[in-house]
Design a protein around this ligand. Structure first.
Ligand code: ZN
Length: 342
């Protein structure tokens, strides 16, 4: 990136009301067939335009092409039965009805490659595409075939790598793997979580990122956060291994969270996507608040490696709020850019 402090979002943006129910996470599509394909493309163009108007440097599809950040990917795979559902506890936090792995998993055809090509046609700016990470994928399924979280994670890593290579060929500049599960299963992260993530990113020439967060502002997450005490030190568990990993960029939550900023020191040398926008509140940050978070982060990350971003996705927020937050992010980064070049 030639731009200093290049801005981006961690993931999703709200969908327009004509394609899905507003302010609802994982809302079903309102359209079908051809209309849905066209509707998703229209929504993508609007999401892109909101980012462009806010001066966001690294743009994305705002996840307008998917209903759920994990399930939509899994729906395209073989070996998973969506009719056979089991209730499992997701990230040790909330129960959900999930599909079952009934046989060897496979990727019969590309999942997001056509969507990524469409985004590539719409802009000359750098584009980032998000995929679920292997550990977060296995945590959103019931496994009746491999009977081993690790084995299934390695299988998903291979599938993700196939998809990632095709996304790269489609012109994606940064491929991001979402691994909120890294904030929960510390032993597994260190035993095989980071290794399977590296496998998913193996051989890529484009940049790679991992997004680790405390989740959307839904009740299960805000209740969980209340149990974490006055300092959230979860990042401390995975950071040493990630610092030594092949992943280029680490995306984390900093705004309004109780994550001690000095934990970023543990990934010194990596590029850091610093979450300077809280996605769990409708209050729009001022540019000065964003700038303040970025200034604090600059104590632990070199300016050429700081990527201002959001804590997580903004899908459940009203569109007006999300646009306000995008604008604040763009304006806040600009304040710090000016300070650094003064
Ligand atoms: Zn997130």
């Amino acid at each position: 990136m030639k731009t200093m402090l290049p801005t981006s979002t961690a993931g999703s943006l709200p969908k327009p009301s004509w394609i899905a129910q507003p302010e609802t996470l994982w809302s079903p599509w309102k359209l079908q067939g051809e209309e849905l394909t066209e509707g998703k493309q229209d929504a993508l163009r609007l999401a892109l335009d909101d980012q462009r108007q806010a001066g966001i440097d690294i743009v994305s599809d705002g996840e307008q092409t998917r209903q759920h950040f994990v399930t939509t990917f899994i729906e395209h795979l073989g070996g998973v039965d969506f009719e056979k559902r089991e209730t499992v506890r997701i990230r040790d936090r909330y129960d959900a009805s999930v599909p079952t792995v009934v046989g060897a998993v496979s990727r019969p055809k590309p999942v997001f490659v056509e969507d990524a090509k469409f985004l590539r046609q719409q802009t000359t700016q750098p584009i980032k595409w998000a995929l679920p990470g292997p550990m977060t994928m296995i945590d959103t399924l019931y496994d009746d075939h491999y009977k081993s979280r690790e084995k299934l994670a390695w299988e998903f890593a291979k599938i993700l790598n196939e998809e990632a290579r095709e996304l790269e060929a489609a012109g994606v500049d940064i491929i991001q793997f979402d691994e909120p599960a890294f904030n929960v299963f510390f032993d597994e992260v260190n035993d095989w979580g980071v290794a399977t993530l590296e496998k998913a990113a193996e051989g890529l020439k484009c940049e790679t990122a991992v997004h680790i967060c405390y989740g959307y502002g839904i009740k299960a997450n805000t209740d969980w956060k209340k149990t974490l005490g006055s300092e959230w030190r979860q990042y401390e568990e995975a950071f040493p291994k990630l610092q030594k990993s092949t992943i280029d960029i680490i995306s984390l939550e900093c705004q309004n969270s109780r994550v001690p900023m000095d934990l970023i020191e543990l990934i010194r040398g990596k590029k850091v996507m610093v979450g300077a926008i809280d996605v769990a509140t409708d209050t729009i940050e001022t540019p000065e608040e964003v700038a303040d978070t970025l200034r604090k982060a600059l104590r632990f990350v070199d300016a050429d490696k700081l990527y201002p971003s959001t804590n997580c996705g903004m899908a459940p927020l009203p569109r007006r709020i999300a646009r306000g937050k995008l604008n604040a992010l763009g304006a806040g980064a600009e304040i710090v850019r000016r300070e650094l070049s003064a």
